[in-house]
Design a protein around this ligand. Structure first.
Ligand code: NAP
Length: 292
């Protein structure tokens, strides 16, 4: 059902490049309808990276309520903000801009989104032994979140050891303790047997169209996995998830992370708290949209 648009309709949107495949309009326009807000959410491709500051200034001048920011601008946008939230500044990436007096404040809702998704799936982090597969931008933010939430053990396993080392040393310095241990991907064989881990899959391996691959294929690895959380959401049942189940663990995909980063952004823009019930309803709605 299309919302009523009138002279009072507020605008939110997504800046990035490309933005054609985003599911964010489905999330936010549904939430606006369900919460009775006169708000529309639209995609705004910013094709020229040099113009990202112009895009932020334009949105501010035209009284946009807020923006999401996606690749490749999550870091580039920071110099054009009035303020950056502490967590977003530590992560070094902003995905949500919220209007404040004289400018936008930047937040990162990806990590709180992942945390809330895990809570909703009944997966706890506190006191857990965790392996992160991958050492890209998302893995770095995940490691930071896990350190803040007091996971008992955090190991980053990456094909390129140097990248895992760089993240570990940065976080360990920030935390003032040996919170994160870097390892080469193939070194999982050195992990003690009989111990089961929460494993967060943060590489691109297994993402559509490369659906028949997993970053680790050996089943003996998956016998060490208690819960496998793949951050990939396309497809929704990855090879990694199938192997986790085969090894006797429980497996989840990354779609709820995507949903909750949107929900937290919506809460920041509107001040409305989204209930678990409405989150579930939104989840079903967006799934149906994806099938179309
Ligand atoms: P990135 O910065 O490009 O990092 C990619 C990682 O994948 C690197 O650690 C890289 O290892 C590893 N990798 C790539 N190909 C590999 C291979 N063949 N074998 C072993 N490792 C390989 O990516 P990112 O931005 O952090 O994104 C990571 C994942 O998170 C993606 O799958 C993305 O879809 C997902 N994600 C999900 C959400 C959500 O809302 N659910 C949001 C954002 C991202 P090297 O360092 O050795 O190259």
């Amino acid at each position: 059902m299309r919302q009523m648009i009138d002279g009072r309709t507020r605008i939110c949107g997504l800046i990035g490049n490309p933005v054609e495949h985003t599911m964010s309009p489905a999330i936010h326009n549904f939430l606006a309808g369900q919460t009775g807000k006169n708000l529309v959410y639209l995609p705004f491709p910013v094709k020229d990276g040099e113009k990202i500051g112009d895009a932020v200034r334009g949105a501010l001048s035209m009284d946009f309520l807020g923006l999401n920011v996606t690749v490749p601008y999550k870091s580039d946008v920071i110099p054009f903000l009035k303020e950056t939230d502490e967590l977003a500044a530590q992560i070094g990436a902003v995905n949500t801009l919220v209007r404040m007096e004289g400018g936008f404040k930047g937040y990162n809702t990806d990590m709180p989104g992942l945390y809330r998704a895990m809570l909703s799936d009944g997966v706890s982090v506190e006191g857990e032994r965790v392996l992160i597969l991958g050492a890209g931008g998302v893995a770095r933010a995940v490691a930071m979140m896990l350190a803040k939430k007091n996971a008992a053990e955090i190991r980053i396993l990456n094909r390129t050891l140097e990248k895992a080392k760089a993240i570990a040393s940065e976080i360990n310095q920030l935390e003032g303790r040996e919170a994160v241990i870097p390892m080469e991907l193939s070194a999982w064989k050195e992990l003690p047997e009989g111990r089961r881990y929460l494993v967060i899959q943060a590489t691109k391996v297994g993402m559509y169209p490369d659906v028949n691959a997993a970053v680790i294929e050996e089943i003996s690895f998956y016998e060490r996995v208690k819960v496998g959380y793949d951050l990939i959401y396309n497809p929704m049942d990855t090879k990694f998830m199938q192997l986790v189940r085969k090894g006797g663990g429980e497996a989840f995909h990354g779609f709820k992370m995507l949903l909750y980063q949107g929900i937290i952004a919506y809460e920041l823009w509107t001040g409305v708290q989204i209930s678990e019930e409405l989150a579930d309803k939104t989840y079903q709605h967006v799934l149906e949209q994806m099938k179309k």
